[in-house]
Design a binder for this molecule. Structure first.
Ligand code: ATR
Length: 276
């Protein structure tokens, strides 16, 4: 039990859809902490002023969501290497004098989720195929490379964005066309969907998974629905599958630890609380 009341939240526009308040709220209650985690609707034009005020209002830090993840880097006093490499931040921590430290925990959240789901999993187990080239792909490619992945193959509908990832991250990143996915599948130890395909209301991601050499791990960052068509097909083919909710939960843990001073557990109770 802490003696002071800790404050944290999530800034975004829109922000009402965010599951972070429920997630952090579960941990605050579970560990008996005196604190609050609130959604904060912050417009782009107000971002700088809000970030100046939040530490003065007693906030320990905030998560950052769309559309502020890149812009907060221009307003931060210190930026972790991984946030600088990814070019975006999702976790800000305020020091006692109001300085802003920006971090990006999306990639380590992705890795922590894989390690929790798949015993002994490590980036160095083999090549990875990442579908998509947006912000989430950037964080995941960066994390896989730093975890020792020998090759990360990036495929994106718009090839130029995949090429930009290769230019950014270098020699171990390879770009293929969407039409070449089937040829690549047999060589990979991990397949990750970071596109919005498979999300409720979007077309499913349809691949010829019979090309995969089991036990390839298939991960999706989409978590609405939890079991995407890709994961259902992959499980039917005998692959180990990892859903997208775990990444959301694990990326939240480092911030919670810094702001509330308590290392939280990612377990089934938390999953149920966030899904409820
Ligand atoms: P995020 O930051 O969440 O990764 P994003 O930057 O909007 O979001 O990226 C979404 C990804 O989904 C992109 O790789 C996008 O492909 P494009 O770069 O070609 O836009 C991909 N995506 C979205 N809809 C898609 C579709 N119908 N088919 C294939 N890829 C799609």
């Amino acid at each position: 039990m802490t003696t002071d009341i800790r404050l944290a939240g999530v800034i975004g526009d829109p922000v009402a859809h965010s599951r972070s308040p429920r997630l952090h709220g579960h941990w605050i209650k579970r560990y008996g902490l005196r604190g609050y985690y609130v959604p904060l609707h912050v417009r782009r034009d107000d971002l700088e002023q809000v970030l100046q005020m939040l530490p003065k209002m007693g906030f320990s830090g905030v998560n950052v969501t769309i559309p502020h993840k890149e812009n907060v880097l221009h307003l931060a006093d210190t930026i972790t290497d991984r946030a600088a490499l990814i070019g975006a931040a999702n976790t800000l921590t305020f020091t006692a004098n109001g300085a802003i430290q920006a971090d990006n925990t999306d990639g380590i959240g992705f890795l922590a989720n894989l390690r929790q789901a798949i015993d002994g999993w490590h980036g160095s187990v083999g090549p990875a195929l990442v579908l998509g080239a947006g912000g989430a792909a950037k964080a995941i490619v960066s994390a896989l490379l730093s975890d020792g992945a020998p090759q990360v193959i990036v495929v994106n509908r718009t090839r130029g964005r995949a090429e930009a990832l290769k230019d950014h991250f270098g020699a171990r990143v390879y770009v293929k066309d969407w039409t070449q996915i089937s040829d690549v599948l047999r060589d990979v130890a991990l397949l990750v969907n970071t596109t919005s395909l498979g999300m409720t209301g979007q077309p499913p991601l349809v691949l010829d998974l019979t090309r995969l050499r089991r036990p390839t791990v298939v991960a999706d960052i989409v978590y609405t629905p939890l079991q995407t068509p890709l994961l259902i097909d992959a499980a039917a083919w005998g692959c180990a599958t990892v859903d997208g909710l775990g990444m959301l939960l694990h990326q939240a843990a480092p911030g919670f630890e810094r702001w509330f001073g308590c290392t939280p557990e990612v377990d089934d109770d938390l999953r149920q609380a966030v899904l409820a």
